[in-house]
Design a protein around this ligand. Structure first.
Ligand code: ZN
Length: 317
């Protein structure tokens, strides 16, 4: 969506939605019906969730890496009054990949609608409505040194890369899933074509425990892939051979969307999940010598110099 009156590329400016989009569904874990409207928002507001079922004084929750309060099966954020919003990751992935910096998300329940268990509905609605450039420059976090987090067999990392990319690997005991990997650049086209329709998946043997924890109550074969003893239970089968790896990449993009700026770097995940993805952002923010905060324009035009200078390599300068 180029805007002709701007002299530089419109991609260097923050964007919001052209108009509101709405959808109705149920929360995957709560099973609660919910109506969600995503509205345009001002420059520099980021993604703000608003619970209209609550007192306006405590209804707002900002989607940021440091507002995450729960990462079991989905990503939940909360404010200081204890108001929470859960399962934000599939919408966050769509907003981040489609280049929407600022939006207000109005909900009448504590959990987002899961739709078909993927991001495809959100991306389709965003594509139909379109995005519009704003007047403030888009901010970027340029990764200049590797940052990683490990927990047992799980590992996530961010490494320097001029082009934002994502690569995930999963290694599952079930023979019908086994080892899967997937990698792609992080941009609107690749997301829409390769990742958006990859669905959430559950193992039958986890479901009983999850239900006891109050999770997956809204889950069904219409909004998730169910695996029982290594067999896919959905009649329609899988949407991609490596749908699980693709969904893992989708989830990671949604979690990276909580950084508050475009991440210029490469994400790698080995059996990654929401918990580690969020821990990685905490680790990144703690290690300020591993990244540089600048405008997207500066990041794209001067990437090699930014990486060298922050690594102390540019001694001749
Ligand atoms: Zn997911």
């Amino acid at each position: 969506m180029e805007n002709n009156h701007m002299h530089t590329h419109s991609k260097y400016y923050q964007h919001t939605l052209r108009e509101c989009i709405s959808c109705i569904g149920v929360g995957l874990h709560s099973g609660l019906p919910v109506t969600m409207t995503v509205m345009p928002a001002e420059d520099n507001s980021g993604i703000i969730f608003h619970r209209r079922d609550l007192d306006p004084a405590r209804a707002e929750v900002h989607a940021r890496w440091n507002t995450v309060t729960d990462t079991r099966m989905s990503t939940t954020i909360a404010n200081s009054s204890g108001t929470s919003v859960s399962s934000i990751e599939h919408l966050m992935a769509a907003l981040y990949a489609c280049g929407i910096d600022n939006a207000r998300v109005i909900l009448d329940a504590p959990e987002l609608p899961c739709m078909d268990g993927s991001s495809v509905t959100f991306v389709t609605l965003i594509e139909q409505t379109g995005v519009t450039p704003q007047t403030s420059l888009r901010r970027a976090i340029v990764i200049t040194k590797p940052v990683s987090i490990c927990e047992g067999e799980q590992r996530v990392s961010l490494t320097p890369s001029r082009t934002p990319t994502i690569a995930v690997n999963i290694n599952c005991d079930h023979e019908n899933i086994g080892q899967q990997s997937y990698s792609c650049p992080i941009n609107a086209q690749a997301f829409s074509r390769e990742l958006a329709s990859a669905r959430t998946f559950f193992y039958q043997e986890q479901l009983h425990t999850m239900n006891k924890l109050g999770l997956a109550r809204g889950g069904s074969l219409r909004n998730a892939v169910l695996i029982d003893d290594g067999e896919i239970q959905n009649k329609e089968g899988l949407r991609f051979d490596n749908e699980f790896a693709r969904h893992q990449a989708l989830d990671a993009i949604g979690d990276l969307g909580l950084a508050g700026a475009a991440i210029i770097g490469s994400f790698q995940g080995f059996s990654s999940g929401h918990k580690l993805n969020n821990a990685l952002l905490h680790e990144l923010m703690l290690n300020q010598d591993c990244w540089c905060y600048t405008s997207l324009q500066e990041a794209e035009e001067n990437w090699p110099a930014i990486v060298e200078i922050t690594n102390g390599l540019n001694i001749s300068a």
